[in-house]
Write a protein that binds this ligand. Structure first.
Ligand SMILES: *Cc1c(COP(=O)(O)O)cnc(C)c1O
Length: 406
């Protein structure tokens, strides 16, 4: 890629650009710390949400509470998803059961899911991966047959809608991530939701019991959050994101390159008032930013379709979010040929999770060995193009040219 000076680095996902003014309370409108939950609830058109310190922590709280209600121990998760989902299940002392995806899809293979669901299953976790709207109804139908709960993993889809309604509420519970890179962020953070007020109460009770205040973590996250406000811009992102990425690629370590090398312990702590207040203020810019991302994605999907490339889309009635475009190539060789030029070039091209879950060395004890061909094919043949507004048309055209060549 002709980018010899690399004066800028495009982030791999469309994070809401931070704003210094968010860091300080504005005059009399001194943000009430409860207002992050208030803004999130209004945005999600619901009565109340629960704020946790991460998407993973939200899942831990939900699973712990549901386990206390039903005593069951098995959690069915997609064989291709964020490794943190498996780590959350293990953290709760519960058992991961993998379900393969349907071919070229983020949805469960329905037959595989029906086989995976028995009376031991506590919950099924369909996932709105890549901002796309997942098929919750099929998961619900199958889960209901065995009396299991459904938890919608909407970590990557804060603002996605299905049939005009925000995702996260068709199942029994849902969660969104406020991690860096997933959109609106408190550096790390999570939003846990449930339709049923009784379940919401159970989640709140469980959270009070298992989530402590941890001053050290809050200091660390607050400093990281300040660093994010400083460095999350094309001119400086090369130092904190681009350089480590290129080092990992030189070391042939794709797992480190995309940040999949998660620690196996899950920090659980409350999300501090200051970070909540900063996140609350960022909400003023969030809906317009999502709209701008959707408009940009619509145009760029057409450009990619024009050169014969397939982008993962929403089902009828779905209006997902567009943190990036997930491009599905015909083969791993083709995908890797494109990445040799584009990954690490500073243009926002990357991969989603590197492996299907059984192929992460650090997860083998948790998920075991499985034959999940569709999840593996998904991992092997997809790449992502950032939908950050900082990726301009000229550079997008260069990306298209490389993809066409591959
Ligand atoms: C990021 C992510 C999570 C975990 O969210 P965190 O806020 O990073 O803990 C869970 N599921 C999916 C699909 C994710 O992408």
């Amino acid at each position: 890629m002709p980018n010899p000076l690399r004066r800028t680095e495009i982030p791999p996902t469309a994070g809401l650009p931070p704003c210094w003014r968010d860091l300080v309370p504005a005059g009399s409108a001194r943000a009430d710390p409860a207002s992050l939950a208030g803004h999130a609830a209004r945005f999600l058109e619901t009565d109340a949400v629960q704020i946790e310190c991460s998407g993973t922590a939200s899942l831990v709280v939900a699973l712990t509470a549901l386990h206390r209600l039903s005593g069951r121990r098995v959690v069915v998760v997609p064989a291709y998803t964020c490794p943190l989902v498996a780590l959350a299940v293990a953290h709760c002392g519960l058992q991961v059961r993998l379900c393969d995806l349907a071919p070229n899809s983020i949805d469960f293979d329905a037959q595989h899911l029906a086989r995976a669901c028995d009376r031991d299953v506590l919950a099924v976790v369909p996932t709105h991966l890549a901002g796309r709207v997942a098929d919750i109804d099929t998961a619900l139908t199958i889960a209901r047959c065995v009396g299991a709960f459904v938890i919608e993993d909407a970590a990557q889809a804060f603002g996605a809608r299905q049939g005009g309604q925000p995702v996260g509420f068709r199942g029994d519970a849902g969660f969104f991530s406020l991690a860096v890179g997933k959109g609106l962020t408190t550096f790390e953070g999570g939003v846990l939701v449930a339709r049923d007020p009784a379940l919401r109460d159970a989640f709140a009770r469980t959270s009070r019991q298992i989530v402590p205040r941890r001053f050290g973590w809050e200091i660390k996250r607050s400093l990281q959050f300040l660093g994010y406000h400083l460095f999350y811009r094309p001119s400086l992102l090369g130092m904190v994101y681009g350089a480590p990425l290129r080092r990992a690629l030189r070391n042939n370590d794709p797992v480190a390159a995309v940040g999949d090398d998660f620690s196996t312990d899950v920090p659980l702590h409350t999300l501090g008032n200051w970070r909540q207040a900063v996140g609350a203020r960022a909400f003023a810019r969030w809906p317009a930013f999502l709209d701008a991302c959707a408009t940009l994605a619509r145009r760029r999907k057409q450009q990619l379709a024009h050169i014969g490339l397939r982008v993962l889309e929403d089902p009828v009635g779905g209006e997902g979010t567009w943190p990036f475009l997930l491009v599905m190539l015909r083969s791993e060789a083709e995908r890797d040929a494109a990445l040799r030029t584009l990954w690490g070039a500073g243009v926002g091209v990357s991969r989603l999770f590197i492996h299907a879950l059984p192929d992460y060395a650090y997860l083998t004890r948790i998920v075991g060995e499985h034959d999940v061909p569709n999840a593996r094919a998904f991992a092997a043949t997809t790449l992502t193009i950032s939908n950050s507004p900082w990726l301009d048309d000229a550079r997008f055209a260069e990306i298209c040219a490389v993809l066409q060549g591959a």
